[in-house]
Design a protein around this ligand. Structure first.
Ligand SMILES: C[S@@+](CC[C@H](N)C(=O)[O-])C[C@H]1O[C@@H](n2cnc3c(N)ncnc32)[C@H](O)[C@@H]1O
Length: 278
């Protein structure tokens, strides 16, 4: 059982349920696996789309300095691909994922069972802002890859600070408006994105800022590639009308991010926060 969602969060959970259903159709019909849903970190234009998406996850893992004894929470994990990648590539004690898309949680949990990883990777239906069932001061690293712009950030940072151990880290691959473009938050659908300064003011009530690294240069090639991927994959995908609409919406917002990055109105940052030692 998970707590009831508010209207904004319910819309997002339905959106990702539909995207997941269509991703599963693609995998079945074309043997094409599209499991990541991020813009990637491009080192070289010869890299595949999926390689770039994995690079972004690796950049977050590096910044988190994952250790063998770490207890990890991963919020907004998509289909969970990033956590299977983490389990393949780095030692850690355990990871609990939270996601509001029931379909994505089911897919990730099914895969963990099939791969014999259910003891190490647990996937829960629930909000990043609530982290239900996570004891206070029990988590070493909290990861949020390309999802915090959906969150009620006040609640999220406050709750993250409760569950982290002193000295623990939150690492986000995060998109925010540059301060000069703050007026864009006037749109109800963009309010949770926040500006770099307003987001920082919220997290600094709870955390010490270890690093904010602008990675626009590395994420921008992937935003354009994402629009092209959607145009390539969706027609003829056997999707329902509502599923096509979700992909169209994703393409629209992705195009907005691409344009925003081009004129520096949108910043893609790698954000590393530390909970001060008691
Ligand atoms: C753009 S996708 C990113 C997926 C994945 N991190 C990746 O990089 O491939 C955003 C994810 O955040 C999840 N999400 C959105 N709002 C959430 C919330 N309030 N709590 C937990 N998950 C949330 C969505 O269901 C979706 O899985």
């Amino acid at each position: 059982m998970s707590a009831p969602l508010n209207d904004v969060t319910r819309d997002v959970s339905h959106q990702y349920d539909r995207l997941q259903v269509s991703i599963e159709k693609l995998a079945r019909d074309r043997k094409k696996v599209r499991n990541y849903l991020n813009y990637g970190y491009t080192n070289s234009r010869s890299e595949s789309y999926e390689q770039r998406q994995e690079n972004l996850c690796a950049a977050v893992f590096d910044a988190a300095e994952i250790q063998p004894a770490d207890v990890i929470v991963d919020v907004g994990f998509g289909s969970g691909e990033q956590d299977f990648f983490l389990a393949r590539t780095r030692p850690f004690a355990s990871l609990t994922g939270f996601n509001i898309s029931a379909r994505q949680v089911e897919a990730a949990a099914r895969r963990a069972a099939a791969e014999g990883l259910s003891d190490k990777l647990r996937f829960e239906l629930g909000e990043a802002e609530a982290l239900r069932g996570v004891p206070d001061a029990s988590v070493d690293k909290l990861l949020a890859i390309e999802c915090a712009f959906y969150f009620d950030r006040e609640r999220f940072y406050a709750r993250a600070a409760q569950v982290l151990k002193p000295g623990g880290r939150v690492v986000l691959a995060d998109i925010a408006f540059d301060d000069r473009a703050g007026f864009m938050q006037g749109r109800a659908d963009l309010r949770r994105v926040g500006t770099r300064s307003s987001n920082r003011r919220i997290w600094e009530r709870h955390f010490r800022t270890h690093e904010v690294r602008c990675i626009n240069r590395f994420t921008r090639p992937g935003t354009q590639l994402t629009v092209r991927e959607i145009i390539r994959l969706v027609p003829g995908g056997g999707f329902t009308g509502p599923e096509v609409r979700e992909w169209a919406k994703l393409a629209f917002y992705t195009q907005l991010v691409a344009l925003g990055q081009m004129v520096n109105a949108i910043r893609y940052d790698l954000v590393v926060l530390e909970k001060p030692a008691a």
